[in-house]
Write a protein that binds this ligand. Structure first.
Ligand code: DX5
Ligand code: ZN
Length: 225
């Protein structure tokens, strides 16, 4: 499977966002990951649709913008992020009793936007099974969402393996505490897409780190826990 590496803008120098977005564009990464927090679904606030617009006009044409909505009401905002240039919008399946997952997925598809379904560390793989037909990717959180710089939760690895067993061709992404060791563990379990914030932005040479991460994940992918 194709391995994808996604730097997370949450770990960027917030005073130089334009430069940091350009750094990601030049790094050889596959997409930029944009975290949106509402202070309700998670106890923090982060970026807005205007940040998505800044990303869009700073990134080269065609560069993927992967937008992760950590918000209680994604139905009210997902299309705004699509309008501002997100190429994937991810929303959380913990909300499946209050959010119409299929309707929101259909609204995104109608705009030619990819659909990502996100799972918190405690949410089982089975929560995603009924919706795999509308998912372009499943995002497995490997930290409790809300903050960058937390430690990778290895207890999520069996869930990744369960999803991979169920959906051999699905894009399975991990997000939280990803570095070049934890990414290898996730790749072995079956993840093929890797969001990394603090690890990649701390590098003096982001491009070299992206290339190394990609090589290591390619070698480890699907090799088993
Ligand atoms: C956490 C966010 C992540 C965050 C990851 O709530 O969803 O995307 O940026 O940061 P690191 O890689 O530092 O754990
Ligand atoms: Zn994220």
């Amino acid at each position: 499977m194709k391995i994808a590496i996604l730097p997370s803008l949450l770990a960027a120098d917030q005073g130089r966002l334009g430069d940091e977005i350009a750094r990601v564009a030049a790094s050889g990464a596959d997409a930029l990951h944009l975290d949106v927090m509402d202070g309700h679904f998670v106890p923090n606030l982060s970026f807005s649709p205007e940040t998505a617009a800044l990303c869009r006009r700073t990134l080269p044409e065609g560069f993927a913008l992967n937008t992760h909505l950590m918000m209680t009401n994604p139905e009210a905002y997902a299309e705004r992020f699509a309008e501002k240039g997100s190429t994937t919008v991810q929303f959380h399946l913990e909300l499946r009793d209050t959010v119409n997952v299929r309707a929101l997925a259909a609204a995104l598809k109608a705009r030619n936007v990819r659909v990502g379904l996100a799972l918190n560390p405690e949410t089982p793989a089975e929560a995603a099974f009924p919706y795999l037909d509308v998912a372009d990717e499943v995002l497995c959180m490997t930290v409790h969402p809300g903050y960058g710089g937390q430690a990778f939760i290895a207890a999520v690895l069996p869930k990744i393996a369960a999803l991979r067993g169920r959906a051999p061709a699905l894009d399975i992404m991990v997000d939280g505490g990803v570095n070049d060791e934890t990414a290898v563990a996730a790749a072995r379990a079956g993840a093929n897409a890797f969001v990394a914030g603090s690890f990649l932005f701390a590098q003096a040479d982001m491009a070299a780190a992206v290339a190394r991460l990609r090589t290591r994940c390619e070698a480890a992918f699907g090799k088993g826990a």
